[in-house]
Design a binder for this molecule. Structure first.
Ligand code: ADP
Length: 334
């Protein structure tokens, strides 16, 4: 479960920073988000004020961190990066907020995973640029208001629906990041190939893009695996045959499904006769956490038309039976 997981591996972060576009013009795709963001940034700069807080929603690997960096760069402002899980107590957040400089961009990844008490502190900070630091304990505790520098919060979440409404409402603008179209992924791949100094043919780019699940991070990762293969087993050039051979070796199929996806589909088809079945039951039957199946495998399987969500549970589509080379039983739901 690595190659087509949209989550970044630890050492991948270093490579990613080299492949990250540095400004809005180099950022491929997401036209609407780019246009909206460009307006927000320009009008803020014109007024000489920090722009409204921005919420970015979308799956892992779609470019949320990259956009946060671009926002800071376009504003010429410093960027501070933290994440929801790192904020366990409101004190953790107070420490970050109280040391921000004027105009600084604060990127808060996985904002939905922040501790509850910190959330309330964040509301006030976003709205009034103030934190209330609580001194003492019990009945004698007092809140001391502390002014903080006006800053711009860029929050990122895999699902905006998971955010409490009061937090969501405090963002001036929500950018919904979509999966990328194949031709956009090809552009990203060509750009990355250039940066990596490898020769990628048009057919190979098309092949890799088609298996990248609409996700730039996966496209870049598959590109690196194809490059490894080309360097060790081929002549270093990334052509269509090399791309196919490498991706077959890494068990990424023509639709971009990997082992977990196929395991989920197989369980749905074979153990549950195509469904309907609840997601957590399905997850248990493939030995995964429900969250992994829900966040990583399912969205893509739904988007590719292999699984449908129904009120009674997940159901396999005819395409799923065909893709897995199985024949649906006569009483299959679809
Ligand atoms: P997220 O924060 O949403 O998980 P990242 O911003 O870390 O995703 O992006 C993952 C990788 O994909 C980065 O290396 C970046 O170079 C690449 N990437 C993402 N979006 C784009 C894009 N629109 N154009 C070019 N590269 C992109």
């Amino acid at each position: 479960r690595d190659l087509v997981s949209p989550e970044a591996e630890v050492d991948e972060r270093v490579i990613e920073s080299a492949l990250r576009p540095k400004n809005l013009d180099d950022f491929v795709g997401q036209e609407r988000v780019r246009e909206q963001l460009s307006l927000v940034l320009r009008s803020a700069m014109r007024r000489g004020r920090a722009p409204d807080h921005v919420l970015m929603s979308g799956g892992p690997g779609l470019g949320k961190t990259t956009l946060a960096m671009i926002i800071a760069a376009e504003l010429g402002a410093p960027l501070r990066i933290t994440s929801g899980p790192a904020i366990e107590r409101s004190g953790d957040l107070a420490a970050v907020l109280s040391t921000l400089h004027e105009g600084e961009v604060l990127f808060l990844d996985e904002i939905h995973r922040m501790a509850r008490p910190a959330e309330e502190m964040l509301y006030v900070a976003m709205e009034d640029f103030r934190v209330d630091v609580v001194v003492g304990k019990g009945p004698g505790a007092t809140a001391i208001p502390l002014d903080i520098a006006p800053f711009t919060l860029v929050g990122a979440t895999t699902r905006a629906g998971m955010l409490p409404a009061p937090l969501r409402d405090r963002f001036g603008f929500t950018a919904h990041m979509d999966f990328y179209r194949p031709e956009e992924l090809e552009r990203i791949l060509n750009r990355s190939a250039g940066l990596l100094g490898v020769e990628l043919t048009r057919e190979a780019a098309e092949e890799v893009a088609g298996r990248s699940r609409g996700t730039p991070r996966i496209a870049n990762r598959l590109l690196r695996r194809v490059r490894d293969y080309a360097e060790v087993r081929g002549d270093g050039r990334l052509g269509i045959d090399t791309a196919r051979a490498a991706l077959t070796l890494y068990e990424v199929d023509e639709e971009g499904l990997d082992r977990l996806d196929r395991a989920v589909l197989r369980a749905l088809l074979k153990s549950f006769r195509g469904g309907p079945v609840g997601l957590s039951t399905l997850a248990v039957s493939v030995g995964e956490e429900p969250e992994t199946v829900e966040v990583v495998a399912e969205p893509f399987l739904v988007r590719s038309g292999f699984i449908a969500r129904t009120p009674r549970g997940r159901v396999a589509t005819p395409e799923a039976w065909t893709h897995m080379g199985l024949v649906p039983p006569p009483d299959a739901v679809y």
